[in-house]
Design a protein around this ligand. Structure first.
Ligand code: HEM
Length: 510
């Protein structure tokens, strides 16, 4: 029989294949039944590849579910006073970008419309290597001592015994790590559930630096704002969509790009000198604080446009690996300890998840020339492996030039002792959440929605945790505690008899 395919089928190493539904076998009779043979390479290859076709989900399901697309970054304004990064050095210059926008806590098959932070990862393919921006859609983070990161995530995910998200764990973590109150206020506000990925902000959360070869530098925080504005979903609509259309936001982004409605964001920085940082009203190395816009206004730099869907999701998006450690000359880190821990953690995760040669895959491969002959061999090497070039440093057989434009961390001078330190929560941690509460109260239905979002997660948790959670909110504003108490009492009496997590409408996650 001739197969109606235009392309001829074959095994992975190119041998012509036979009928893909048939297997080689010794048949006993004309009916079913027989013995298969080990020499059927097509069968064995097909079956053996299948259980290996998934790579580990990102960091055991952190940021596992995502949409991704290709696009470009265009410089709109001169910023040569801040940086000599080539990607930013001429108005009108365009550089290709790969973006991946994710939820954080849900597994790969989870719903898009959960209350959660959205991860905002971008790889900009510049002529001096890849510049990655690994941001979130909320401006602050839940912790500032990076060693707490695995604990925080576990408390937001599945209970080790019951295997379901557990509000006792969630609040147990947060009442005992109250530096996260600012991020919690954002999470339970209207922006906790975006209406679409095309209408979310992006924030670097950390302070970074912009610098020049002469050694001068400024501290910056990055912000992306969608040109078409922010749109959010009311909880009841989100809850319905979570059941009816769990892939709603992935479809929305994909279909908009297919229709030619390209989503666009303006990219800004807030700027601070090191002298200003010394007297700033906030600690710029603490990612639980924002920089007030009045003192540190947003300065527009350029525009990000997403205009091309992946041709193959797995190859282009799943195998993409983003990392805050990927910085080009002109852009640098700061002394934010969470950022520094992340600089280690992402390439470490990529080597485990995708393999040690993940940088050679199409989504990660720099478009600029690469020569790093001291990283050799390993599974999946496909770039020629530097042939016979020396694989050790200081070879006189093949002397090398070294660029003066390597990314230098441009901190001030640091001098001190190594100490074991963890941060403490003070009244200052409640000041920005208090200002946010005032904004929430000034928004239409803001206060009512905030209560509506948070109360279901408090209903039924252990009494001592409830008391401490309410006291934590009282430190933001005593009104929040009173409003929550009244609402819990009202709903509790309506639902008397319900067991703790029966009242949970959706999982709360970061
Ligand atoms: C101590 C703090 C943190 C640690 C240790 C950490 C670690 C990780 C790891 C290991 C991954 C998975 C990477 C992979 O498998 O490819 C990940 C994903 C991600 N993280 Fe973090 N993270 C931290 C905080 C943050 C913060 C503050 C942000 C935002 C400002 C952030 C944004 C993201 C994003 C956007 C992704 C998904 C990247 C992608 O699309 O591949 N993370 N994080």
């Amino acid at each position: 029989m001739l197969w109606p395919y235009t392309r001829s089928l074959g095994c992975a190493e190119g041998q012509p294949g036979s009928n893909p539904s048939a297997i080689a076998q010794i048949r006993l009779r004309r009916g079913n039944g027989g013995l298969s043979v080990l020499s059927d390479t097509q069968l064995i290859e097909t079956l053996a590849h299948f259980p290996r076709e998934r790579i580990p989900e990102r960091f055991k399901t952190v940021h596992a579910k995502a949409a991704g697309a290709w696009g470009e970054f265009e410089v709109l304004h001169d910023c040569s006073d801040l940086t000599d990064a080539l990607l930013l050095n001429a108005v009108g210059k365009k550089t290709p970008v790969l973006a991946r926008i994710s939820t954080v806590a849900g597994e790969k098959g989870s719903s898009d419309t959960v209350r959660d932070v959205r991860g905002w990862a971008m790889k900009v393919f510049t002529e001096e290597g890849n510049q990655d921006f690994v941001f979130n859609d909320l401006p602050v983070f839940f912790i500032r001592d990076p060693i707490k990161f695995p604990s925080m995530n576990r408390s937001h995910k599945r209970h080790p015994r019951t295997n379901v998200p557990d509000n006792n764990m969630f609040w147990d973590f947060h009442v005992n790590n109250q530096e996260g109150i600012h991020a919690l206020m954002h999470l339970f506000g209207q922006r906790g559930i975006p209406a679409s990925l095309r209408h979310i902000n992006g924030y670097s959360v950390h302070t970074y630096t912009m610098n020049k070869e002469d050694g001068s530098f400024k501290y910056v925080k990055w912000t992306l704002r969608p040109e078409d504005g922010i749109e959010t979903l009311p909880s009841d609509v989100a809850l319905r969509l979570a059941g009816e259309e769990p892939d709603d936001q992935i479809k929305d982004l994909f279909n908009a790009i297919e229709r030619g409605e390209y989503p666009r964001w303006i990219v800004y920085v807030q700027v601070m000198s090191s002298e200003e940082a010394a007297s700033a009203p906030i600690d710029i190395f603490d990612n639980t604080f924002t920089w007030p816009h009045r003192e540190y206004p947003l300065r527009p730099l350029g525009r990000l446009t997403l205009m091309q869907n992946p041709n193959n999701y797995f190859q282009e998006i799943e195998q993409a690996a983003f990392s805050p450690s990927n910085m080009v000359p002109g852009i640098g880190p700061s002394a934010d300890l969470v950022l520094q821990a992340r600089i280690f953690s992402y390439p470490d995760a990529a080597r485990y998840r995708v393999g040690p040669n993940y940088q050679q895959l199409p989504s990660n491969r720099p478009r600029s020339k690469v020569y790093s002959p001291y990283e050799r061999d390993g599974p999946g090497r496909i770039d020629g492996n530097y042939g016979g070039d020396p694989d050790y440093v200081q070879s006189s057989l093949q002397p090398l030039r070294v660029s003066t434009r390597h990314a230098v961390p441009t901190h001030e001078q640091w001098n001190g002792h190594v100490v074991q330190h963890s941060t403490e929560v003070t009244d200052k941690d409640f000041e920005q959440p208090r200002a946010l509460w005032e904004i929430i109260c000034s928004e239409k239905d803001g206060q009512m929605q905030f209560l509506d979002n948070i109360v279901p997660t408090l209903l039924g948790i252990k009494h001592e945790l409830l008391v401490r959670a309410l006291d934590m909110f009282a430190r933001v504003d005593p009104d929040i505690k009173h409003l929550l108490e009244a609402e819990i009492q009202r709903r509790g009496s309506e639902k008397s008899g319900a067991s703790p997590n029966q009242t949970q409408k959706y999982s709360v996650a970061t």
